[in-house]
Design a protein around this ligand. Structure first.
Ligand SMILES: C[S@@+](CC[C@H](N)C(=O)[O-])C[C@H]1O[C@@H](n2cnc3c(N)ncnc32)[C@H](O)[C@@H]1O
Length: 259
């Protein structure tokens, strides 16, 4: 899928599923957003939530000078409906923010899907002030345990999918290297497994919808929902490994202008 096709897919997907990532991660026993926000608590200055979606991190950083940016009007409307803001509609590769104006960036579940990634990272380098912090949360695939693998094999079989064809696969487990190459100093790189309750037909339907599969037809999605609904009995759990990478923009480096 080329970049224009991906952009069309992602715009249509979020138009019809606003807030889906937040709803999906709300199935976890503990909040991945709380974990993500930890390194940004107490940051002195503006915190940019990149590709904020329905803006779940807003409530994790109540005292921050927070601003959410996303391309999707439907996602931003969902964030506003939940009383979260301020919000700006913009693309991540052309941020409407002054150079070196941001003290922290929160990037929840977005770096594997925002395009074009090199330009997005260039924009983050430009808007972050020297010494500023980026905290990113991404899905992890490396080192899945047998039980993690088994659950996901069941889900992907129901969806007749072998992988998630996202545009930036390197921005999952390869994110630390990618950030170093882009000029950041990686401060920490941690993997944590969250446990999702997939214990009802509603949770199964959410799971079938939430995985960003561009080639998934309506017919296939409905068949997967029926199949997963039979599997989603009370007590059913699915393990979701996530990676949190925290990086700083080194001081003494001039902020970059967009190319
Ligand atoms: C997986 S969702 C994550 C949303 C939110 N951060 C969360 O964790 O709930 C990805 C988000 O990226 C946004 N997005 C995708 N490409 C974008 C781009 N180029 N510029 C800005 N936002 C983009 C989508 O609209 C969507 O809200």
């Amino acid at each position: 899928m080329d970049e224009p096709d991906w952009r069309r897919f992602i715009a249509a997907y979020h138009d019809t599923h606003p807030g889906i990532t937040e709803q999906f991660l709300a199935r976890a026993a503990t909040s991945p957003y709380t974990w993500l926000a930890e390194p940004l608590r107490g940051v002195d200055g503006t915190v940019l939530d990149l590709a904020c979606g329905s803006a779940p991190t807003r409530e994790e950083l109540p005292d921050a000078d927070w601003i959410g940016v996303d391309l999707s009007a439907a996602e931003l409307a969902e964030a506003a409906r939940r009383g979260r803001g301020p919000l700006v509609r913009a693309t991540a590769d052309a941020l409407p923010l002054a150079s070196a104006s941001v003290a922290g960036v929160c990037a929840a579940m977005c770096l594997p899907v925002v395009t074009p990634l090199p330009r997005v990272l260039g924009e983050l380098r430009r808007v972050l002030r020297p010494g500023g912090t980026l905290a990113a949360l991404v899905p992890s695939r490396s080192g899945l345990s047998p039980s993690e693998l088994l659950g996901w094999a069941r889900v992907m079989a129901a969806l007749r999918a072998v992988r998630q064809p996202w545009p930036n696969p390197g921005a999952r487990d390869g994110l630390p290297d990618l950030l170093r190459t882009a000029g950041f100093r990686v401060r920490s790189d941690e993997r944590r497994v969250f446990t999702l309750a997939i214990d009802s037909a509603g949770a199964a339907a959410l799971l079938a919808d939430a995985l960003y599969l561009p080639r998934l037809t309506r017919h296939r999605a409905e068949a997967a929902q029926r199949s997963l609904a039979r599997w989603a009995v009370p007590g059913r759990r699915l393990e979701l490994p996530l990676r949190r990478v925290v990086a700083d923009l080194p001081t003494g480096q001039p902020s970059q202008e967009p190319k």
